[in-house]
Design a protein around this ligand. Structure first.
Ligand code: HEC
Length: 113
């Protein structure tokens, strides 16, 4: 095999593994979302305080169902609204989270199965 062919094979393998890597690993956005979730949401949604009037729902598979636990549509827009405005005993996060934070959180919630 000549050098050029070897080089071509080397770079082809390299780009395929780069592609696989992007396809299989969670996006940077979802990774950031996980940090935000651990900071702002997990204290209720993973490990709820006993004095909450309503137990927060588990968020695994949230977007797989047609409806959210509240009965709203299971869409990014609706979940975004819930996070921004709060829902009954769930606090509003409009003063704490930026638009980018919301994008990242939603990307992360999509990875929960
Ligand atoms: C103080 C506790 C608390 C925190 C913190 C909290 N939640 Fe909630 N969350 C709740 C409760 C309680 C409900 C159920 C509200 C209801 O239906 O009355 C809820 C409901 C939800 C729902 C379902 C909404 C629906 O329409 O059914 C989503 C999605 C959600 N929370 C996401 C989040 C995210 C993302 C965060 C972090 C940014 C977060 N929550 C932080 C308590 C909390």
């Amino acid at each position: 095999m000549n050098r050029i062919a070897q080089c071509a094979i080397f770079f082809a393998t390299l780009s395929i593994s780069a592609l696989l890597h992007t396809a299989c690993s969670p996006s940077a956005s979802a990774q950031r979302g996980q940090e935000l979730f651990d900071l702002h949401c997990a204290s209720c949604h993973e490990d709820p305080p006993a004095d909450l009037k309503k137990r927060p729902p588990k968020l695994e598979g949230l977007f797989k169902a047609k409806y959210l636990p509240s009965g709203g549509p299971a869409t990014d827009e609706q979940v975004r609204k819930t996070i921004v405005a709060g829902l009954r005993t769930m606090p509003a996060f409009d003063q704490r989270l930026s638009n980018q934070d919301l994008d990242d959180l939603i990307a992360y919630i999509h990875t929960l199965n």
